[in-house]
Ligand binder design. Structure first.
Ligand code: FES
Length: 594
């Protein structure tokens, strides 16, 4: 007999009392007799930990007396999917004695909890998702493997790419900088949003690649044609054909962003942003999933409405015409720029100056500044960086006299510019495309005009903490005290200027940026944040990392902090669900009497 078994009592005791609870160093074990069979379970209800010995047994079913989840006595499997299965323990009857083995869990917890995650996503069960994520992490599953599982689920069940996949990808991109507890929260937030989107969706009807193998230029012409006439089936087959012909990620980005930028700032920037996020999701889970994921973005790219259909882009100045005219010059400008770069001693250096020029009040001057930078040797990556800094300054200087909803205008411009920057960097990583494929670079003009149109948000401009004579000396100075003050500010509404000053204080004192970034991540992940807040944090972090100079880095983080503070605090209901899962996973008591 195994020494690991422990005595639970006698059969007579079990008959008399109806149930036994075995306590020890292990979790309490419930022993129940049903007819001639004896069963043993973890005594904590898998839903929220209520003691199951206070439940009732009838007709082979154990019912928990908190939220009335019901379990099959023979297997521990639940009839109520939100509750999860209750772990069982081995039982041995030795003569009159009942012995149980205090061994819980599953033969392969990683496999079991991956299956549970799929099931919880299929039923859109927040607590179930939290438990499955938490348990997979406890079983040693890599966080990105969990993102992979959820992304594949989303690809299978969604009709189109949506906010859930965008949030999950944005959070997947920042996992590496997060402490363990925040990794769990990030995965939980992202995956619950994917599951919620799937809950309402009819799975996408898949089509197949063409049997032929047209060359890259023909595929590009076709995709532009299908996008122009909004023929989504044809567009999808064209993209699938490119994938099946083995197009590299850079070539797929060039293909999609060329068609996408035939419309200006489509769907307020979301369309291009979603395409970029689908690429980034593939970076996280592997480009072998391109055939599953990329069709999800084609439909909305084809359906998106360009800013060319909006009055503000046409009057009093026809900004669309201005962009189109500038785009004609792009091949020659980039050719001159390559020659200038070859003559120069080092990389093009004027990013911050260009960013300030992009904040001008004259759209012609803005376009001219971009064209000059290109001809002087600025790469698309340089231009994208300057563009994003200008867009971040709109948020850093967002005047709080604006309507609250105007934060979203500033945010859209920033995340659009970030998507343009990332997309162009992806394309330009391919030397062949760098030399020949300049069409998507039109998006730089589109982003610049979106920044120009958002100039009213800085009238009057909010003063940056490092402008004027504010020495910030009234603020704490240690890392811990600044973090405490920061989180305290996020606990209250409209502390936009307080958080900006604290971020500036932290950075100007020379503390590691990592600690304030982690503080901002915590402030975000404890909230029931909106879609834009996740985008803002991730795009801000990406842009922060683009710079070595302290001033732009400081301004970008101030922009992130101000946006987050304008949208905090919230109910924090998701945090409560996540904490329940964490406490269950640790074996903590949840019910006050348990
Ligand atoms: S049903 Fe058992 S704790 Fe909720």
């Amino acid at each position: 007999m195994s020494a690991e078994f422990v005595a639970a009592g006698t059969l007579t005791e079990l008959e008399d009392k109806g149930r036994l609870v075995v306590r020890g160093a292990h979790r309490p074990i419930l022993v129940v007799k049903d007819g001639s069979h004896v069963h043993a379970f973890d005594n904590r209800c898998p839903h929220m930990g209520f003691p199951l010995d206070r439940g009732s047994v009838e007709d082979g079913i154990l019912t928990c007396h908190w939220h009335h989840a019901r379990f099959d006595l023979a297997s521990g499997c639940t009839f109520d999917l939100w509750a999860d299965d209750v772990p069982t323990c081995p039982v041995e009857i030795r003569g009159e004695e009942v012995w149980v083995k205090p061994e819980f869990g599953h033969k392969d917890p990683a496999v079991y909890w991956a299956r549970r995650l799929e099931n919880a996503m299929a039923h859109n069960l927040g607590l179930g998702i939290a438990k499955a994520v938490r348990s997979q992490l406890a079983a040693g599953v890599a966080p990105l493997e969990i993102v992979h599982q959820a992304a594949v689920f989303g690809a299978k069940h969604l009709d189109r790419w949506g906010t859930g996949m965008t949030i999950m990808t944005a959070l997947g991109n920042v996992l590496e900088i997060l402490p363990e507890q925040e990794v769990f929260l990030a995965l939980f937030h992202g995956i619950t949003r994917v599951a919620a989107d799937c809950d309402d969706a009819t799975p996408h009807r898949r089509s197949a690649a063409l049997a032929s193998r047209p060359d890259r230029q023909m595929l590009k012409r076709w995709l532009r044609r299908w996008a122009a006439v909004r023929h989504d089936d044809a567009a999808e087959r064209t993209v699938l054909t490119a994938i099946s012909a083995g197009a590299r990620p850079a070539a797929l980005a060039d293909l999609l962003l060329t068609a996408e930028t035939d419309r200006v700032f489509a769907d307020g920037g979301h369309s291009l942003d979603f395409i970029n996020k689908a690429f980034e999701c593939l970076d996280l889970i592997g480009w072998q999933h391109a055939e599953e994921l990329l069709p999800l973005i084609v439909g909305q790219m084809v359906a998106a409405r360009g800013a060319d259909e909006s009055t503000e882009w046409r009057q009093p100045v026809d900004l669309v015409a201005l962009c189109e005219s500038a785009a004609v010059d792009l091949p020659a400008l980039f050719a001159s720029g390559r020659e200038a770069a070859a003559r120069a001693r080092g990389p093009w250096p004027n990013h911050a100056e260009l960013a300030e020029a992009l904040l001008a009040d004259d759209p012609n001057a803005i376009i001219a500044a971009l064209k000059t930078a290109i001809s002087e040797g600025a790469t698309v990556a340089d231009l994208g960086r300057a563009l994003c800094y200008a867009a971040a300054l709109r948020i850093a200087r967002f005047g709080t006299a604006n309507e609250h909803g105007d934060w979203e205008t500033a945010h859209h411009v920033f995340t659009y510019c970030n998507a343009v920057h990332q997309g162009l960097k992806r394309i330009s990583a391919d030397p062949e495309l760098l030399a020949t494929g300049v069409e998507p670079a039109r998006a730089l003009f589109h982003g610049a005009m979106a920044i120009y149109l958002a100039r009213y948000l800085n009238v009057p401009p909010a003063r940056l903490p490092d402008e004027g004579d504010d020495q910030l000396r009234d603020l704490p100075s240690t890392v811990q005290n600044i973090r405490t003050a920061l989180l305290d500010a996020f606990d209250r509404q409209h502390r936009v200027e307080d958080v900006a000053r604290l971020v500036a204080r932290h950075l100007t004192l020379g503390h590691s940026p990592d600690s304030i970034i982690v503080g901002l991540a915590h402030a975000l992940l404890r909230e029931d944040a909106g879609f834009h807040a996740y985008q803002m944090f991730e795009a801000g972090l990406r842009q922060f990392r683009e710079w070595d100079d302290p001033e732009p880095r400081r301004h970008i983080l101030i922009a992130v902090a101000r946006y987050l503070a304008a949208h905090s605090p919230t109910e924090r209901a998701s945090l409560q669900t996540a904490e329940i899962a964490a406490r269950l996973s640790r074996g903590d008591q949840l019910h006050e009497d348990s």
